[in-house]
Ligand binder design. Sequence first.
Ligand code: DX5
Ligand code: ZN
Length: 218
Amino acid sequence: MSKKIAPSLLAADFGNLQRDVEMVNNSDADWHHIDVMDGVFVPNISYGMPVVKSIAKHATKPLDVHLMIVDPDRYIKTFAELGANVLSVHYEACTHLHRSLQAIKAEGMKAGVALNPHTSIKLLEDTIQDIDVVCLMSVNPGFGGQSFIENTYQKVADLKELIIRKNANTLIEIDGGVNANNAKKLLDTGADVLVAGSFVFKSENPTETIKDLKQIIA
Ligand code: DX5
Ligand code: ZN
């Protein structure tokens, strides 16, 4: 299975959103990563449904929507209607995670679970077979441009072991502080999808940066 790059549009120029979405369309990237923050689950507010709708209108690659919101069950149907392909909810925001996963799948989307840096992958022992994508946060969620937390490598290795042991079909996604220095080691440790925001959009040539990342993990 080919490894994926998912540029995070949180770091895009919102005044030129169509241009930046099209840049991703025409690049070597695999998914559009879309960060929705509510100012409650995380201390920041990013963008909501109207902006996701605008992104969806121009995007030609799968939409990987990362919900950093409380009580995400309220919006599963809405994001399906907006065109999300992968919908990730936070473990810490779900009282009934199994029910949330089933609801996401019932809407025809891939079900993702994001884990904060302090949340152990051991908590997924009983749900891993129901999860299409585990998004390991390698920064505390809420902001782009933070430094990668080194303990993530151990979590990737442990999660990979769990997936194999349970014979699950789950992708491991890494979100936060990803760059050309940690991409290879993450892939070698077991990651499948790398989200990159600042490293892509703050670079001089985002298309080339995506290409470089893709080559590193190829
Ligand atoms: C952080 C978001 C990330 C963020 C990553 O809460 O979930 O997707 O955009 O940005 P960088 O790559 O700049 O750390
Ligand atoms: Zn994200």
